[in-house]
Design a protein around this ligand. Sequence first.
Ligand code: 2YC
Length: 285
Amino acid sequence: MTRLTADIIKDVPSKISDLDHELEKRIGMNMRDFACYAMDVPANGIDFNGYDVAIVPVTSGKGIIGGFSSSVAAALKTMGMRSFITSSCDVAGISEAFSSGADIIFMADDERFIALNTRTRSFSDNIWSTAKGYVTALRLAEGGLEGKRVLVIGAGRVGTEAVKILRAEGASVDVTDILPHKAEALGSRYDNVRAIRDVEEAIRNNPLILNASPGMIRGDLIQKGAVISSPGVPYAFDEEGERRAKVIIHDVLSLGVAVMAVASICLSLFGIPADSVIAEKGVTL
Ligand code: 2YC
């Protein structure tokens, strides 16, 4: 997954309520209700205000990303959770979170971004949650994915989870990646999944796209009326693409965080392995 930068996320805290209202206007659900919908949690099934959520800055590897913790905190607060950023980082921050009675602890190093539920010992993962959120957004925008063909651009960790979740929803998948072997690995592992080498041809032929790649997508390739769900960072579309597409769903962090929060509460499994067994078995409360 592309590593965020302070510049990419600099507006998240100030723009989070606009995003929430935009979502409400477009799909009739705010971020919190959308995340519940994505996780099959009944509306009002969770008392969000009853959750103290700690975000622990992590200095390992490439270190802290300016604004990352405050962006996560802002998204969680918008959902009605009581979020706070620990004053310490790393292990000291985790112990601070525990001793302050945090119910859920959000933390990210360069490899993984998780939400650990201290009450149920389950945790959710940003990769899977982002894929789940963006497949759900595509389904809502398209009015259902059963029996449809979706093009997934990018066979990285989010794209791979999205392929699995799309299959679990009854869609057929064309997948393409700048490294063809990554798409071919998915094509040979799953039926109803085809690896496509010519990405331009694939974009021209598919009106349903989930973009999980960091690359730009030329607007002149996009079909008129295309429905595009795009967790890929940075934003990939030019004016021509925006003119042609019926809808392009994109945000840089908050939708994945919202699904993580709900997933960490409603999943009693200990963790969600990267191969997202949940996505294939479905989640029922
Ligand atoms: O500020 C901090 O605590 C840093 N350790 C956060 C590092 C996040 C690295 N991961 C990413 O940038 C992307 C995010 C979209 C979530 C997953 N990968």
